[in-house]
Design a protein around this ligand. Structure first.
Ligand code: COA
Length: 244
């Protein structure tokens, strides 16, 4: 691809983001700013985030379809297949198993089509550092992260079955009181999925990070709050921010 074609492709992408009508104006503006920072290669030195935080306290109803799709806890010997699915490095998957995080996989004919991970509190969840602060995870909660379905298996209910099975196990058999997560505001498939399964919005966070500092703006439970913190200061963000 020539440089001109490459630039045209990036500009077309920005235009598509500006024109989309499935998210609000602020979300579109922040997404265009994010893509521009990536295009001019200053990302991740300078980053912009726009995330919605969700919480689920009741186990969702069990899914009845897709009988050929098995859902089970991941084992260390699934690491290669899970890494191949979405490119998560093997070393990172090994760290997740080592700290006791639970991975769930959905498989058909012994092929893994989707996975999702859950981190149990009270240790904060820190895989999003340095883009974001560490997230507080209460002792009675799980942090849900790295949900992924193989592109060709998407929008056919695979992830719903995996998620419902996993969430039911966490909230009933494993005694959790809540499952929390963050979803990019412009990730409409994921937003729809969480809301359909009964996740309630805790709030929305806008972040702007530059080398050494990060500005955060929260709207949600606890009201509005805006603050600046050291970027690599190891801060743990509670929900609502500033709460215990
Ligand atoms: C989000 C993701 C895991 C969903 O997986 P999936 O297997 O396609 O999801 P399912 O088919 O089980 O979900 C069905 C529900 O999700 C929502 N959904 C899925 N794809 C959607 C789309 N393209 N547009 C709108 N809603 C969508 C709908 O609520 C849908 O229910 P419906 O089809 O009955 O209306 C998948 O899109 C993915 O891997 N995305 C890339 C990684 C990612 O964004 N992960 C989430 C990070 S928070």
């Amino acid at each position: 691809m020539t440089v001109r074609e490459h630039v045209r492709q990036k500009v077309d992408r920005l235009r598509d983001e500006l024109r989309r009508d499935d998210v609000g104006l602020t979300a579109r503006a922040l997404r265009v700013a994010e893509l521009s920072l990536r295009a001019i290669r200053v990302w991740p030195a300078v980053t912009i985030g726009h995330e919605r935080f969700y919480e689920l306290t009741c186990a969702p109803r069990q899914f009845r379809g897709l009988r050929d799709l098995g859902v089970r806890l991941a084992r260390p010997d699934d690491a290669a297949a899970m890494s191949a699915l979405d490119g998560t490095p093997r070393a990172r998957i090994a760290e997740r198993f080592a700290r006791g995080d639970l991975g769930y996989v959905a498989e058909h004919d012994r092929r893994i089509l989707a996975h999702s991970w859950f981190h149990r509190g009270p240790a904060p969840f820190d895989e999003d550092v340095p883009l974001f602060p560490r997230w507080d995870v209460p002792a009675d909660a799980f942090w849900s992260y790295n949900a992924f379905t193989l592109p060709e298996a998407r929008a056919s209910g695979v992830f719903v079955k995996l998620f419902q099975t996993a969430l039911r196990e966490l909230l009933t058999d494993r005694g959790a009181a809540r499952v929390r997560c963050r979803v990019k505001v412009t990730n409409v498939p994921s937003v729809m999925l969480h809301e359909r399964l009964g996740f309630a919005t805790l709030g929305t966070l806008i972040t702007v990070a530059i080398p050494g500092a990060r500005l955060l703006s929260w709207q949600g439970s606890g009201g509005a709050r805006h603050w600046v913190e050291r970027r690599n200061g190891g801060h743990v963000m509670t929900f609502p921010p500033g709460g215990a």
